[in-house]
Structure formats: structure tokens, C-alpha cells
Design a binder for this molecule. Structure first.
Ligand SMILES: [Zn+2]
Length: 132
């Protein structure tokens, strides 16, 4: 898309949605391009309500019944919303200044390893801990 400061309002698309044109590359963009709303033909209030219902754990079929929409449309929304959420999560999970790390997996590994020790090894291990 290039430099966003070069985008100018460029009329509407067939559905009445505003379009933008880049003065740099002269490409015309849908105003919803790159958002969770891109390509959605449903009324936005309905779509937003659907997204909220899904986020609250309401099933796809139940969301379809509540909104009086086909479950296949809701499935398409789930895919689109999921992809958009993944992009947002990937964007935000960068350059994290972590000071601690939870090592649950490593602890499970150590615990299992200790459980595998023979009685003699367990005794030596215990002795090592007491003296060291
Ligand atoms: Zn451009």
C-alpha cells in the first residue's frame, strides 16, 4: 500500500463503501482493507454482534439462529476473525521485554526424570542435596 499519508478519498465502491487512492502507486484500496471487516457484505452491526457472540463462546449454529443467518456465513466470519486475530497477536507479541519465564514443561520433564530413578539413584540424589 505504501505511505499511508498518500492515501486520499476516492469515491465509493459498488456497495457504497468509501475507497482510497494512493498517490504513490495509484492503487485504489477498499477503506476496510487489512481490517477484520474486509470483504464483509453483512450489515456491520450484525457482523459485530456475531463477533461478540462467538467471542463469548456461543456456538456457530446458535449465532446463526440468533442473527437469523446461515451457519456457513458464520463459519466464514470465524475464519476471517481468526486470521485477523492471529495477525494482531503476532504483531503485539514482538519485542517483549521478559524478565521471567515460566518453565512448566521443563519442570514436568525433570519431575518425570526423577520418577524414573532407581531407589539407589534416588538415595544418592537425596544425599547429594543434603550434603551439597
Ligand atoms: Zn501505494
Amino acid at each position: 500500500m505504501g505511505d499511508e499519508s498518500k492515501l486520499r478519498r476516492w469515491g465509493n465502491d459498488g456497495g457504497g463503501e468509501p475507497r482510497l487512492r494512493c498517490d504513490g502507486c495509484r492503487k485504489i484500496h477498499d477503506v476496510r482493507e487489512g481490517t477484520a471487516y474486509a470483504g464483509i457484505r453483512t450489515d456491520l452491526k450484525t457482523y459485530e454482534l456475531g463477533a461478540k457472540l462467538l467471542a463469548e463462546g456461543v456456538s456457530i449454529r446458535a449465532t446463526g439462529r440468533i442473527l437469523e443467518m446461515d451457519k456457513d456465513t458464520i463459519c466464514e466470519w470465524v475464519a476471517q476473525l481468526g486470521e485477523h486475530c492471529a495477525k494482531i497477536a503476532t504483531y503485539h507479541f514482538r519485542k517483549l521485554h521478559l524478565t521471567e519465564c515460566q518453565l512448566d514443561e521443563l519442570w514436568t520433564f525433570v519431575f518425570k526424570k526423577e520418577a524414573q530413578l532407581t531407589p539407589l539413584e534416588q538415595m544418592l540424589n537425596l544425599q547429594e542435596r543434603v550434603s551439597g
